[in-house]
Design a protein around this ligand. Structure first.
Ligand SMILES: Nc1nc2c(ncn2[C@@H]2O[C@H](COP(=O)(O)OP(=O)(O)OP(=O)(O)O)[C@@H](O)[C@H]2O)c(=O)[nH]1
Ligand SMILES: [Mg+2]
Ligand SMILES: [Zn+2]
Length: 324
């Protein structure tokens, strides 16, 4: 966070405060100060509260547990009455977390108290149904509303084809085609950024997450960078997660582009994404049908009828959501 341009006094509701957080404050904590985490450093957090903001160090005790116990972007925390120390993290809703690529595959928080996920993907080679399904599973597991924002519609010969392919990945998935650089194309996006609503932008590097933040904010809050011409890959311009308040009241979490999304425990999320296959499977003749070549297989019948893409069944199997 840059610390520029933020009004010193704002209502907590404008920062996303709700009764579910107020209800967690104990009588003995009456003098503590609720604050929202806008940025996280290696050993510090940037917090915004009703009458100011501060960068506060995180003491050693925060590093004794795993990464999920530490304050993360979007968290609500209680500060000491002098606003100098983070005392505790309030219980979260909408926690997006992924499995780390490193040795121990620890769960890493992405953002907390998220209401809506803008899954940002582009109308070019970057578009990848398997990747989108993983992000959708992440959102649904966390009970976060996913919205697919398809950028670079301006540069694609047939953007509608991407929207149609995306629409087949989750029933009722909102899909928006945009030019992220053009605020006039963002009415559909803006409709999700209501006052007090927290929206996290996720996706690969170079898809236009920071460009969207800037266009929605009407200001250059975030640096953006060109993609490689050869393969449309981004250059990892954004390196830190950060929360931003829009002039219209929405709250946006910009994230660094992800190379790979490794899911944590997402069984419920995967089942929700592949609800079409799960429903079909319920109509198979055998309860242990593996949907290969069994007689009376409703899944294979749907494929034969052109109602289900065989590649989607293959992806469902690969993610471990289906029977072995
Ligand atoms: N033509 C076109 N270019 C876009 C669009 N959205 C983003 N760009 C361009 O794509 C490049 C990457 O945009 P960024 O906003 O930096 O992408 P990002 O997702 O934030 O990337 P990381 O920070 O690396 O994760 C920039 O050159 C943008 O101008 C779009 O909708 N249309
Ligand atoms: Mg960026
Ligand atoms: Zn079957």
């Amino acid at each position: 966070m840059t610390g520029t341009g933020r009004a010193p006094v704002r209502s907590l509701a404008a920062l996303g405060w709700r009764s579910e957080f107020a209800d967690q404050i104990l009588g003995s904590e009456r003098d503590c100060v609720p604050a929202r985490v806008f940025g996280v450093g290696a050993r510090s957090v940037t917090v915004v509260f009703a009458d100011g903001e501060a960068e506060l160090p995180l003491g050693g005790r925060w590093f004794q547990g795993d990464a999920l116990v530490r304050p993360t972007v979007g968290d609500w925390v209680l500060l000491s009455p002098d606003r100098g120390t983070v005392l505790r993290v309030l219980a979260r809703h909408g926690l997006l977390a992924r499995r780390a690529a490193g040795r121990n595959h620890e769960l890493q928080p992405i953002a907390a108290n998220v209401d809506v996920m803008f899954l940002v993907s582009s109308c070019n080679e970057e578009f990848n149904p398997a990747r989108i399904e993983r992000y959708l599973a992440l959102a649904l597991e966390a009970r976060v509303q996913p919205v697919l924002v398809l950028t670079k519609a301006d540069a694609a010969p047939d953007p509608g084809a991407y929207a149609r392919a995306a629409g087949a990945l989750l029933r009722d998935l909102p899909v928006l085609l945009v030019d992220a650089r053009d605020p006039a194309s963002l009415d559909g996006v803006r409709a999700w950024c209501r006052p007090g609503t927290t929206v996290a932008l996720l996706g690969s590097s170079g898809v236009g997450k920071s460009t969207l933040v800037n266009s929605l904010a009407g200001a250059e809050l975030q640096s953006t960078g060109p993609i490689r011409a050869a393969d449309a890959k981004g250059r990892h311009t954004t390196t830190r997660r950060s929360l931003h308040v829009l002039p219209d009241g929405g709250l946006l979490v910009d994230n660094p582009g992800m190379r790979e999304l490794m899911l944590g425990d997402s069984d419920a999320g995967l089942r929700a994404v592949f609800a079409d296959i799960e429903t079909l499977a319920g109509a198979c003749r055998f309860v242990d049908c593996r949907h290969l070549a069994e007689p009376g297989c409703a899944v294979q019948a749907a494929i034969a009828a052109g109602a289900l893409d065989p590649e989607r069944l293959a992806r469902y199997r690969k993610l471990g959501a289906g029977p072995a």
